[in-house]
Write a protein that binds this ligand. Structure first.
Ligand code: FAD
Length: 451
């Protein structure tokens, strides 16, 4: 009985965690609240239901970080990828699936597994005993959310994300942008240079406000909105409140001197802040938005210095329950204070079906190893799974932590040999390196004495 792994939530992460742990020889109980308690997004009783798009995004494992994550999950015997492949629909380079057949088949495979049992019903408390994985997702039930907040502190559990766009540092034009913290604040040189600044003159600012007001926006789902306006107004809503609002808010031009044009005072300044320890990603400060993705790319590229920007992710505001994982979780996805409780999936601060399933895969293997008296280390940071788990449990800035998709900006940079590499060549080098490392990581688990 003490070898049982309890998994709360039978979504992308919970389903994958159960499959992995059961295949390693552990008995698993999945606790799923549907159909007793529903969410505004789920429509069925199936496990691993896709709540919105039917796409697992790019399947290009040579040049795309999501495609690489697919490759790693297939290599690790992932159920979600096996079922996605079995129910794939024609979609160019993307992996789109027949959502109902996919989820029905995942559910059937889990129910048919001799070591897996599914118990329907809401879990509302954090248990003191046993091994548990909480994989309750962006729409974690209210009662459980309260129990988690009571354990972690309310400030460490968010109920909405407010995601500002994130830009690859190497796509920013540094002949226009410069490093400087407002009023050169900071004890160290690094702190005094913590922000990247993009200056605007008056015409550029006015054109930017016009573009924000005209841009197409997405709507909230019914039942999604409660309380989001506290402290995370979308940038376009600020602009609607007055053309000068942004210039007195996140775009205020004070305390900054443009070294490229020291005699010209900028009319407004867009600031970007480092988003990861590697310094490869920068988020645009205060630019959370409900603009549609296409509109965001064109509006943000009108910012001087960002004309050629490449975005690791675009902005958004959604109902999304997630932990401040960099402060709360260790690199085994365990709550530092209560190591018998693991978290997996979107609640750990990754974003997307594939990323969530990948964190389930790791949590399932790690929890099974604990129960079987062995140990599975997190994959190294130059793999897609490793890059994600190290980002959420350490590499990300805890103070501004927001959910993250997998992207090459999370990987340790590859040194250019013989000059600057082209983007495709660089991505191929990332994926080749990742595959070799991931194969070794898997092989070490097959030979635990060699781990
Ligand atoms: C409206 C919306 C649209 C989205 N669109 C997309 C998209 O297009 N593409 C994309 O990649 N991602 C999308 N996402 C994110 C997507 O939901 C996640 O990436 C993915 O489903 C997360 O997997 P998960 O296993 O962490 O959570 P989920 O798949 O949501 O699974 C969590 C499970 O836990 C159950 N549960 C919750 N609380 C309890 C409890 N107390 N007791 C027992 N069970 C519980 C839920 O019923 C659910 O089955 C969207 C999210 C939302 C909310």
């Amino acid at each position: 009985m003490d070898k049982v792994l309890n998994i709360v939530g039978g979504g992308m992460a919970g389903a994958e965690a159960a499959w992995q742990a059961a295949n390693l020889g552990v008995d698993v109980v999945i606790h799923e609240m549907r159909p007793d308690v529903g969410t505004f997004a789920h429509q069925t009783q199936h496990l691993a239901e896709m709540v919105c798009s039917n796409s697992f995004r790019s399947d290009d494992d040579e040049n795309n970080a999501v495609g690489l994550l697919h490759w790693e999950m297939r290599a690790a015997g992932g159920l979600i990828m096996e079922m996605a492949d079995a129910h794939a629909l024609p979609a160019g380079g993307a992996l789109a699936v027949d959502r109902d057949a996919f989820a029905a088949d995942v559910t059937a495979r889990l129910l048919a597994h001799p070591r897996i049992r599914v118990q329907r019903g809401e879990v509302t408390a954090l248990p003191d005993q046993g091994q548990w994985i909480f994989a309750t997702g962006p729409l974690t039930s209210g009662a459980l959310g309260q129990a988690i907040a009571a354990e972690t502190g309310a400030e460490a559990l968010a109920f909405f994300d407010a995601i500002a766009p994130i830009v690859y540092f190497d796509s920013i034009d540094m002949s226009k942008a410069w490093f400087q913290s407002r009023y050169d604040k900071g004890e160290t040189e690094e702190q005094r240079r913590a922000y990247l600044n993009c200056p605007m003159d008056r015409d550029q600012y006015e054109a930017f406000i016009d573009a924000l007001l005209a841009a197409e926006k997405t709507e909230f789902h019914e039942g999604e909105t409660a309380g989001y306006f506290d402290g995370c107004l979308p940038i376009e809503v600020m602009a609607e409140r007055g053309r000068e609002t942004l210039r007195h808010g996140p775009m205020k031009p004070v305390g900054l001197t443009n070294p490229h044009m020291p005699d010209v005072k900028p009319y407004a300044v867009v600031q970007l802040r480092r988003d990861n320890a590697l310094g490869t990603l920068y988020n645009i400060v205060g630019f959370q938005t409900k603009m549609k993705y296409g509109a965001q790319a064109s509006v943000f590229k009108s910012i001087p210095g960002l004309e050629e920007a490449s975005f690791a992710r675009l902005g958004g505001i959604h109902r999304n329950t997630f932990l401040n994982s960099p402060t709360l979780l260790d690199d085994q996805l365990r709550l530092r204070k209560r190591p018998n409780l693991r978290f997996a999936g979107q609640i750990t601060g990754v974003e997307g079906y594939v990323e969530s399933a990948a964190m389930g895969l790791l949590a399932g293997r790690m929890a099974a190893a604990d129960l079987l008296g062995s140990h599975v280390p997190a994959p190294p940071g130059d793999t897609a799974m490793g890059a994600l788990i190290h980002h959420i449990t350490g590499g990300a800035e805890a103070k501004t932590f927001q959910p993250m998709n997998v992207n090459f900006g999370l990987f340790p940079p590859i040194e250019a040999r013989g000059g600057r590499r082209g983007r495709r060549e660089r991505y191929k080098a990332y994926t080749d390196r990742a595959k070799a490392t991931f194969r070794n990581w898997l092989a070490a688990q097959a030979r635990p004495d060699a781990a």
